[in-house]
Design a protein around this ligand. Structure first.
Ligand code: KG4
Ligand code: ZN
Length: 337
């Protein structure tokens, strides 16, 4: 049978995805899970900076203001209309409930109006899937270190959409620790990128308490508290050295557990995901593992932090494996993976 051009084109799966779990309102169109046609992000960071962190009520209101135009822009930049879209994907948890609700309600109304399937996506699954966009050769199984503002997990990605958590933080998420240290030493919000920048001017000359946990769980509160106490006792302590010492120890903890996981699973493919994986020192130190036989993957910088392209990628794998949601899909702030 002859396959016409139209038939081949019909096979493309175009996912329109929406993300509004925290302080970015985002929409994207992605083809076949890996090719980004558009990726629009409207950040609220400037607004929340005034308060030193995300204010949930303000986040929800801003999402409501932005979501329509961000979606229109995503369709326009991708050069498609809602009719061309195969399915609408949306983050339905975990995250701030009011913020999530805006995306979920909007996605439901789009899917209903355009008569398209609706696909609910777990936010962390999205972060992991950002690696599929960046690395066309990446296939499961692999070990993924997810480090964001709300989560720090070591995940075995057994297959597309099949995950096993093998390590988690017992207290702060890595990004949370970065943000708190930055706030206390006066760098402002969001702290991660600011600590990253200042650390480059410092040396790691401060000894910090290392957590001693069995297994592959993480703890960052001891290191964070030690830095905060040090700064309170002596506000003139060199901030660049504080940042570098903090960053070095956090990286060591992340590396140690990730290597432990990869060894115990006998998997040499390691992916990084989440906002903290944008950290230049962490990326540099993980890359060194390539000399020891590991293959390291991470997303480009704007795919590390919250975006909708990653949600579209995860949504694609859900869609092709038949994981479709119905109109009862609801926001679940503490959704488990
Ligand atoms: O993944 P993400 O955008 O949102 C959540 O799902 O939480 O991650 C945001 C977190 C924040 O804590 C931010 O400070 C951190 O990622 N972050 C960084 C860097 N860029 C963002 N942390 C360290 N170094 C960076 N360059
Ligand atoms: Zn995130």
């Amino acid at each position: 049978m002859e396959i016409s051009m139209a038939d081949t084109e019909k096979k493309d799966v175009l996912i329109l995805a929406l993300e509004s779990s925290c302080d970015e309102t985002a929409a994207a169109v992605v083809k076949n899970g890996r090719t980004v046609l558009s990726n629009i992000i409207s950040s609220q960071i400037d607004l929340h900076t005034l308060y030193g962190g995300v204010v949930p009520e303000i986040a929800s209101r801003k999402h409501m203001e932005q979501i329509n135009q961000v979606t229109e822009q995503a369709l326009k930049e991708a050069g498609v209309t809602l009719d061309d879209i195969t399915a609408v994907a949306v983050t339905y948890g975990p995250g701030l409930v009011g913020a999530l609700l805006v995306g979920v309600a909007f996605a439901k109304s789009l899917a209903f109006a355009a008569d398209k399937p609706l696909v609910g996506v777990h936010h962390i699954e999205g972060h992991i899937s950002a690696n599929y966009i960046e690395n066309p050769d990446l296939e499961p199984p692999f070990t993924c270190l997810v480090v964001s503002g709300g989560h720090t997990n070591l995940v075995l990605v057994e297959d597309y959409g099949v995950y096993k958590i093998i390590g988690r933080t017992r207290d702060d998420a890595a990004g949370e620790a970065f943000d708190k240290v930055a706030r206390v030493i006066g760098l402002g919000y969001p702290g991660g990128p600011k600590v990253d920048k200042l650390a480059k001017e410092g040396v790691a000359d401060i000894e910090l308490p290392k957590p001693h946990l069995d297994g592959m769980d993480f703890s960052f509160s001891g290191i964070k508290t030690a830095i905060i106490n040090m700064h309170h006792k002596n506000p003139n302590v060199n901030r660049a050295n504080l940042c570098m010492s903090f960053e070095k120890d956090v990286t060591e903890i992340l590396l140690e557990n990730t290597i432990k996981a990869a060894k115990s699973l006998n998997i040499t493919k390691i992916a990084l995901a989440g906002g903290v994986s944008a950290n230049s020192f962490i990326r540099q130190e993980f890359l060194k593992l390539q000399n020891k036989g590991y293959k390291i993957y991470y997303p480009e910088l704007n795919l590390c932090t919250d975006n909708a392209a990653m949600i579209a990628s995860a949504g694609y794998y859900n869609y092709i494996s038949g994981k479709i949601s119905d109109m009862y899909l609801n926001a679940i702030p503490n959704l488990k993976i």
